[in-house]
Write a protein that binds this ligand. Structure first.
Ligand code: KIV
Ligand code: ZN
Length: 387
């Protein structure tokens, strides 16, 4: 089994469903081009039957982007599939992503149906989509809460009908990593034709476990991971692209690899945040403002001695110039000396002790201390002459 992981980005579909985050076609094309430059394998461009605007966006993205596969979402409904196929007509590589709910909640309460009828609808949808495209992905909605034996029956039947990728969404973000991993393992071991398709993870973050669940899925046999930039998406969001990709890159003990150009991650994250008017939380892994900022004295001293003491990722690897040493009342002498050195001051031990005492008073008053504050602190202390 290959260790290549396919990155399926759904920022423009699941991510764009977030209230207030809607983009126009031009903005979506900008995001799609950025995703292409980042090296994602599949861009889920939209849900064409949902609105004329979404239809048009899928058409334009398919024209603008040439390397990634362009995917369009549908329900297991012929009309949806017809419209998706039309929207994909300019795609170099088009994929229809169809599916239906497979948990008891969805089968009985939402679809008012029964397991045999759902299985039949699933197979019919895949066969119908195959009339248009070779590449058909099938999602078992709410797979996270679906019975594994029934899920295996559906997966086997849709692969037989021609599905090339099988998506196992934890739609409600309910699973624990061990549980989600066991589900993928069960399918790998109990679906006789599973080797004819790729299993995909699609995890929501309701319990904060989307990335852990996705990685657990990969370790147990999934080879496609569905993600969004900054982890945006319905409710608490989806698995975030940057977290999965950097976890794999950082853990040399894991055999997997992706084709993502990680140096483009930070810029892509900023673009999505600004176009969608959706701030990234300061402590967000990889792309948050504080992800590479050190503020306590002990950590600052350690990082200044050797950044690997407290950093597991080189910020340059995700396109961030350098980590930050924040000056606050929790900073130590080493951090103050570092900043003063960068400003051109060379201080004796006594002068540094004196500056540090005054700095602590200032930092208690002002919370964070910047270069202007430091210049004020140093008053007319002589700057080192530049040669
Ligand atoms: O979370 C989910 O189940 C989905 C499917 C529509 C793929 O987004
Ligand atoms: Zn989803």
């Amino acid at each position: 089994m290959s260790d290549r992981l396919f990155i399926f980005d759904t920022t423009l579909r699941d991510g764009e469903q977030v209230p207030g985050c809607q983009l126009n076609t031009i903005e979506k094309i900008e995001v799609a081009r950025t995703l292409e430059a980042l090296g994602v394998d599949v861009i889920e461009a939209g849900f064409p039957v949902s609105s004329p605007g979404d239809f048009q966006s899928v058409v334009e993205i398919a024209k603008a982007v040439s390397h990634p596969t362009i995917c369009a979402l549908t329900r297991a409904v012929e009309k949806d599939i017809d419209v998706a196929a039309q929207a994909l007509k300019f795609a170099k590589r088009g994929r229809i992503h169809t599916g239906i709910g497979t948990s008891s909640y969805h089968i009985f309460n939402k679809l008012n149906s029964n397991p045999d009828e759902i299985l039949d609808r699933a197979v019919r949808a895949v066969k119908y989509a195959k009339r248009y495209v070779e590449d058909v992905e099938f999602y078992c909605e709410d797979a996270g809460r679906s019975d594994n034996a029934y899920l295996a029956r559906v997966v086997e039947a849709v692969i037989k009908a021609g599905a090339t990728v099988i998506n196992i969404p934890d739609t409600t973000g309910y699973c624990l990593p061990s549980e989600y991993g066991a589900k993928i393992k069960y399918l790998m071991e109990n679906v006789s034709n599973v080797h004819k398709a790729i299993l995909s993870t699609h995890c929501h973050n309701d319990l904060g476990m989307a990335t852990a669940n996705s990685l657990s899925g990969v370790i147990n046999g999934a080879r496609q991971v569905e993600v969004t930039l900054n982890g945006i998406g319905e409710r608490a969001g989806n698995t975030s692209l940057e977290e999965v990709v950097m976890a794999i890159k950082t853990h040399h003990d894991l055999p997997y690899h992706t084709h993502i150009n990680t140096k483009g991650i930070y810029e892509a994250s900023r673009l999505v945040s600004s176009l969608m008017n959706m701030p990234v939380q300061a402590n967000k892994a990889i792309v948050g403002r504080n992800a590479f900022a050190h503020s306590s004295g002990i950590h600052q001293d350690g990082v200044l001695k050797n950044r690997e003491n407290y950093e597991i990722i080189d910020p340059a690897d995700v396109g961030i110039k350098e980590s930050a040493i924040i000056l606050s009342a929790r900073s130590g002498r080493a951090a103050l000396n570092h900043h003063l050195g960068e400003m051109g001051y060379t201080l004796s031990k006594e002068d540094l002790d004196d500056a540090y005492s005054r700095f602590l008073v200032m930092a208690d008053e002002r919370k964070n201390v910047n270069e202007n504050d430091l210049a004020e602190l140093m008053g007319d202390h002589e700057l080192e002459t530049q040669s």
